[in-house]
Design a protein around this ligand. Structure first.
Ligand code: MF3
Ligand code: CO
Length: 266
């Protein structure tokens, strides 16, 4: 079932999405080598609750943390732990909240010191592919138009591995609503996009091959070939001429630029 939201509901969802953006920005301020991902997870929990929301990932199908922190070859669903982050780590942070009953769910990939041109290009292209998908998120298009745009930019143009096992999704009063939004597909196929539909679009892209496996912990998804993986996710509302991005990378990117421990493409 696909649920189109009213303007009032979209206002609520914008608040949820922006709380996630601000949580990611808070983390970006002092993300650095030497910090443990478990300490980041605790700060994420506190920040979300201080803002009157609930971290939605905790206990979701038994997920045991407040965020997913996926380092290097971990694609998504990485468990925060007591290991210290180190220079050149590629750190994807995915956060979900429920605020006044509405879900926000988005993600950003940070880099701790120069990991080399190939990895920086992966980061840049993965983020760009998210925006290529968002350009297609307009009334009258189909889900396949979003999927195709992401796959074209990543797999076709750059030979990266597009993960097949995990997909984007509708978002609302549930974390995962219809439709599924794969990062691969054919133009003009799949469900039609209607005004007010909110999608979490989230390319998960590997520097090497597309194959992944899940660790013995039942959650941590890794690349089979050990290559680095990147993940960017926005919450996007379908509109007539131009999609509306409910989440916001601006505060995150501003914090990233200011933090000398973080390496960026610009
Ligand atoms: N962004 C991910 C998703 O949409 C996060 C889910 S993690 C979980 O599926 F822990 F909640 F499962
Ligand atoms: Co998601």
């Amino acid at each position: 079932m696909m649920y189109c939201k009213t303007e009032e509901q979209i206002d609520s969802m914008r608040k949820s999405a922006l709380l996630v953006s601000n949580t990611l920005a808070m983390i970006a301020v002092d993300l650095r080598p030497g910090i443990t991902t478990l300490s980041l997870d605790q700060r994420i929990n506190t920040f979300i609750r201080d803002h009157g929301a609930i971290p939605s990932f905790l206990n979701y199908h038994g997920y045991p943390f407040h965020s997913c922190i996926s380092v290097n070859d971990v694609v998504v669903h990485g468990f925060p732990d007591k290991k210290e982050l180190k220079e050149k780590d590629v750190v994807s942070i995915d956060i979900g909240v429920i605020l006044n009953g509405w879900h926000g769910d988005h993600a950003y990939t940070f880099v701790l010191g120069d990991p080399g041109a190939a990895v920086m290009q992966l980061i840049r292209i993965t983020k760009e592919s998210l925006y290529k998908g968002i350009e297609q998120t307009i009334v009258g298009n189909r889900v396949g138009d979003i999927s195709f745009a992401i796959q074209e930019h990543t797999e076709k143009k750059h030979g990266y591995g597009v993960v097949r096992e995990l997909v984007g999704h509708g978002l609302g009063t549930s974390l995962h609503e219809d439709p599924q939004v794969p990062n691969y597909g054919k133009r003009g196929t799949g469900p039609k996009l209607k005004e007010g539909l909110v999608l979490a679009i989230e390319p998960m892209i590997n520097l090497g091959k597309k194959e992944v496996f899940t660790d013995a912990d039942g959650w941590t998804v890794r690349t089979k070939d050990g290559s680095i993986s990147a993940h960017f996710e926005h919450d996007v509302c379908v509109r007539k001429d131009k999609a509306e991005i409910l989440s916001n990378y601006q505060p995150i990117e501003a914090a990233e630029q200011k933090n000398p421990n973080l390496f960026t493409n610009d």
